[in-house]
Design a protein around this ligand. Structure first.
Ligand code: G3H
Length: 479
């Protein structure tokens, strides 16, 4: 719209694929960067719509806000295949996974609407103590800045935006650089469903557009799914940090633990999808596998063979499990991790491991991985699977306790009685213990969070409504 002023620079948006013979990225289009003044005008528009809590949106009746959201989701659904196409082209997500991301987002919005109705019914309850009646409500916090990640550019951006909006906040959101085009078919739906200034979008580099918005000191909630470096840089811009609420989904290094009595067929199947679905570009991906010495030979051999059987190709092809990577420098980064591990004593267990072209690298299974290797220390967020042997479970618990992260763990073993005490310890190190299954965020009604550097606040349909609001109440005395 007219608010967008170009600062002379553009982001080039590449498709992940050009042709089957030649997996070179091709230019899809360019996105103008907003300049600082335009970003501040957008902030002004969000602040005006909020009007210090007195605007039409924060004071609107619950039923009316719900009706805006219902209009939005209905219109959004007419754009399904267009958004799915962009998900495939822009970030290389396979067709079934792209459709799943879209449908999951629609479900998330519908569940949010239902949960919000329930929240409203609950707040109709009164509490009474010492002759005082309290009518509890949930109110908005103000202006929310949302930044989404490239791996779920629709779903995770909306997992922040939708609960923030429905609670009566006004929102500015910045889509990820890889995944910006797929938002464009939905802009009209936002415009048709919400009053002016309630939903605002910014484009450009974080430091050029999001940083000045933070520095103006008018943002009440910073909501970001991505890396902690960006989250810290943005928080640091805000002049009144104590006023800022944080909703952050950050890095993780989720381990799988394969106990000696594990069902290996199941463990291998789950570890393949857990470590390599969407090429390992998920915060919930399994990023290290600990395998017990008693079963490691068999596990490693069969796991490596299965990895080599995964089909690489275009996202829309049948049966494709591995696709090109949207981040141009990712193949070289993964190669560095592999080379570092090999220099320090690990081997690549699978034949195709590490085959590299311009925008993809075939997943390498590395064994034995040790603490001094970069692939042990860093969150790879890509196609490389480190495996570390163990004999005593205490070694793993100590490593998990020392880790900067604490999101989830997958535990593979049969004797539940035997592992029950282990589960009791693991839940104090992470926030979700997956028994005989890989780590994942969903279903989205389950709490999604992490300890230490992995998260601040909790996302789930239910929790997010609370993360983006505050409890207020009206008190009246018996007369
Ligand atoms: O990047 C982290 C995502 O939240 C992972 O979600 O487990 O549904 O793939 P997912």
């Amino acid at each position: 719209g007219e608010l967008i002023k170009w600062n002379g620079q553009t982001d080039e948006v590449y498709s992940t694929i050009s042709s089957i013979e030649n997996y070179k990225p091709t230019l899809l289009g360019t996105i103008p960067h907003m300049d600082k003044d335009s970003a501040l005008e957008v902030l002004d528009s969000a602040c005006k719509a909020y009007a210090k809590g007195q605007g039409d949106w924060p004071t609107m009746k619950v039923s009316e806000r719900i009706s805006c959201m219902q209009n939005f989701v209905a219109e959004m659904q007419t754009n399904r295949e267009e958004v799915v196409k962009y998900l495939m082209w822009e970030i290389g997500k396979s067709l079934p996974d792209s459709r799943k991301e879209f449908d999951r987002t629609v479900e998330y919005i519908n569940d949010t609407i239902e949960d919000y109705k329930q929240l409203d019914r609950d707040s109709a309850k009164f509490f009474k103590r010492d002759g005082i009646h309290a009518h509890i409500r949930r109110g908005p916090l103000g202006v929310v800045l949302c930044l989404g990640p490239y791996n779920y550019p629709l779903n995770e951006t909306f997992a922040l935006l939708i609960p923030a909006l429905i609670m009566g906040n006004t929102v500015i959101f910045k889509p990820a650089k890889n995944g910006v085009l797929l938002i464009s078919p939905l802009l009209e739906a936002f415009k048709n469903s919400f009053p002016p200034g309630v939903v605002n979008v910014i484009y450009g580099r974080g430091r050029e557009v999001a940083a000045p918005i933070m520095a103006a000191g008018k943002i009440d909630v910073l909501a970001l799914i991505g890396n902690s470096k960006s989250a810290i840089a943005l928080q640091d811009q805000h002049p009144y940090k104590n006023r800022l609420r944080l909703v952050l989904g950050l890095e993780a290094k989720n381990p799988a633990i394969i106990l000696p009595d594990a069902d290996l067929d199941l463990a291998i199947e789950e570890c393949i999808s857990g470590s390599l679905s969407f090429n390992g570009q998920r915060c919930t991906a399994l990023k290290i596998i600990y395998v017990h010495e008693d079963v490691r030979e068999e596990f490693n051999k069969r796991f490596a063979k299965k990895v080599d059987a995964l089909k690489f190709g275009n996202p829309w092809e049948d049966g494709v499990k591995l696709t090109p990577l949207p981040e141009a420098d990712k193949p070289d980064y993964i190669k560095e991790l592999i080379d570092d591990a090999r220099e320090k004593g690990a081997e690549i267990l699978n034949e195709k491991g590490g085959e590299i072209s311009e925008n993809y690298i075939y997943p390498a299974v590395l064994f034995p991985v040790s603490k001094k290797m970069r692939v042990y220390q860093e969150e790879q967020f890509g196609p490389v699977v480190p495996i570390k042997p163990f004999t005593d479970i205490q070694e793993i618990l100590d490593e998990m306790a020392d880790s900067s992260y604490g999101q989830q763990v997958s535990l593979f073993g049969k004797d539940i009685q035997e592992i029950a005490p282990l589960i009791d310890t693991l839940v104090n190190l992470v926030c979700r213990v997956n028994l005989n299954s890989s780590c994942q965020r969903g279903p989205d009604v389950f709490p999604f969070t992490g300890r230490k550097d992995s998260a601040v606040s909790t996302l789930s349909v239910h929790d997010a409504l609370r993360s983006f609001s505050i409890r207020t109440f009206v008190a009246s005395k018996d007369n």
